[in-house]
Every structure is written in C-alpha cells, then in structure tokens.
Design a protein around this ligand. Structure first.
Ligand code: NAD
Length: 253
C-alpha cells in the first residue's frame, strides 16, 4: 500500500547538525516515520533526544566537528557499531559567514567550504561505501539552499558551497543510482533558524525577504520534515539527483 512506502521503519539514519533548526526537524520527522536516528554534531542534543525517546524512538549521539574530515570514520564506524547498519544520510550541518566581498577572509572561506562541501563529500563517500558493501541501496539527502540557484549578497563562500552541493548531488546520483543509492537534495527557502537570525534582525532585509515569499511567511523546521521523509523512503526510489525546493514559492517568483 502506498503509505507503507513512506515508512522508515527499521532504517538507520545519520543526520548531521541534529541539535537544532532544520536538522532537529528532520530527526523528529524521521523518528515519527520509524527510523533509528544517529544525531551528529558539536552541540548538546538533549532536546532532540528527548522528543525521540518520548515517542518511543531510538537516538544515538555522536559528537563531531564537521569542519574537519577527521570525523568521517568515527561517525560511520560509530553508527555501524551501535545500530549495525546505515540506510540514510542527511548532510544537514552547514554554516554561513557574512562579510562584504572586498573584505571576505580566507578563514571564513575555508571554514564554510570545509563544513558545507568538503566534509559533506567525504562523509557521503564513506557512507556510500558502506551502503555498497551492505548491498541494499540507501538514501543520501544533501541540504542545499536558495543560493544553490541564486547569487546572494555578502555570502560568497556560502553561495559557492551551496551551488557545489547542487552539482555534487547530481554527480553522485549519476554514479550510484545503478546501485539503488538515491542521492537527492532539499533546498530550503528562508526558514526561522539560527542560520537566518542576522537577516531576521535586520528590519529592512527581513521585510524585503518576506515581501518576496509567495506563501507570505518564513518557513519553520517542521516544513522540511515531509520532503525529507519522502526522499529517505521507498516512495522516492526512482528519484535521483534532484533537489526539491521547500521555499514557500520563492523560486517560482
Ligand atoms: P542552524 O545554524 O540552526 O543549524 C546548523 C547546524 O549545523 C547546527 O546543528 C550546528 O551545530 C551544525 N554545525 C555547524 N557547523 C558544525 C560543525 N563544524 N560541526 C558540527 N556541526 C556543525 O541553521 P539551519 O537553518 O538549521 O541549517 C541547517 C542547514 O540548512 C544548513 O546546511 C543551512 O545552510 C541550510 N539552510 C538553511 C536555511 C534557512 O533559512 N535557515 C536556508 C537554506 C539552507
């Protein structure tokens, strides 16, 4: 039956940046759909864990700094030794640094690129290797951005990294689709999280953004859950290399 294909029962999902924002929303939606969750991040994940355990789900926490690829093997090995398998990876963690173009520093560039695209690639590669060894496919979901499609202002490294996420999602899909590994993306619009705190605090920018969103409101983490569960599920088995916008209509404008 069709709704059964959306179930994530008996699946093990790694979600990076699980303590807050969109990553927390994805963890909660996955747990509601029946998945066991490995939350990865550098900050306290108590709030994420508490809801999952309250609804009878399983949550395992791995502390990691995703700015460096040193964390890749500990994350994947830790997942397999705790839950015995890995079926889903959501590359959600990401950072943004804002500065005028002429003053943008190499440190900000490197920090953003290392977190948003370098670690994303090498973590996906390692998880993909394990999925290939398991021989039953898998799902990799990369969190992109409106700046995978547009230029943005004062965020050159973020735009470069998120544009790379869109291209890499297609590239990985091309190589692994034949093994039943679906690599897809979600491009959130303007959502109420820490990532957009500076924008929302700027009355003028905030009003400009809101005025351009056809839905007439900023998104919230719960808005991402449906697309994430869908792409992580059997219902999306023939979707490869596509990035779904969850943006209140922003890109349609
Ligand atoms: P957020 O700042 O609340 O969350 C970012 C998450 O990444 C946090 O859990 C943080 O701890 C984690 N993280 C960052 N650097 C890390 C590191 N070095 N090691 C471990 N964890 C690290 O913002 P969010 O909006 O929830 O962001 C989630 C994803 O969504 C990001 O990739 C972001 O670029 C993307 N996104 C957000 C929006 C938006 O409007 N909020 C729009 C488009 C894309």
């Amino acid at each position: 039956m069709i709704l059964d294909k959306f179930s994530l029962k008996n699946k093990v999902a790694i979600v990076t940046g699980a303590n807050t924002g969109l990553g927390q929303g994805i963890c909660w939606a996955f747990a509601e759909a029946g998945a066991k969750i490995v939350g990865v991040g550098r900050s306290d994940m108590t709030q994420t864990r508490e809801y999952i355990e309250k609804i009878g789900g399983a949550f395992f926490e791995i502390k990691a700094d995703l700015m460096s690829t040193d964390c890749v093997l500990p994350i994947v090995d830790g997942t397999i030794s705790h839950f015995g398998q890995v079926d889903i990876l959501v590359n959600n963690a990401g950072i943004i640094r804002r500065e005028d173009l002429e003053n943008y520093s190499m440190k900000d560039w490197d920090d953003v690129m290392n977190t948003n695209i370098r670690t994303l690639f090498f973590l996906s590669q390692e998880v993909g290797r394990r999925m290939l060894a398991q021989g039953k496919g898998g799902k990799i979901i990369n969190i992109a951005s409106m700046l995978s499609y547009q230029g943005g202002i004062r965020v050159p490294a973020y735009t470069a990294s998120k544009s790379a996420v869109l291209g890499l999602t297609r590239e990985m899909a091309n190589e692994w689709a034949k093994y039943g590994i679906n690599v897809n993306g979600i491009a959130p619009g303007y959502m109420v999280t820490n990532n957009t705190a500076a924008l929302r605090a700027d009355d003028q920018r905030s009003a400009e953004i809101l005025g351009r969103i056809p839905a007439g409101k900023w998104g919230v983490p719960e808005d991402i859950g449906g697309a994430a569960v869908f792409l992580a599920s059997e219902a999306a088995n023939y979707i490869h290399g596509f990035t779904i916008a969850v943006d209140g209509g922003w890109l349609a404008r």
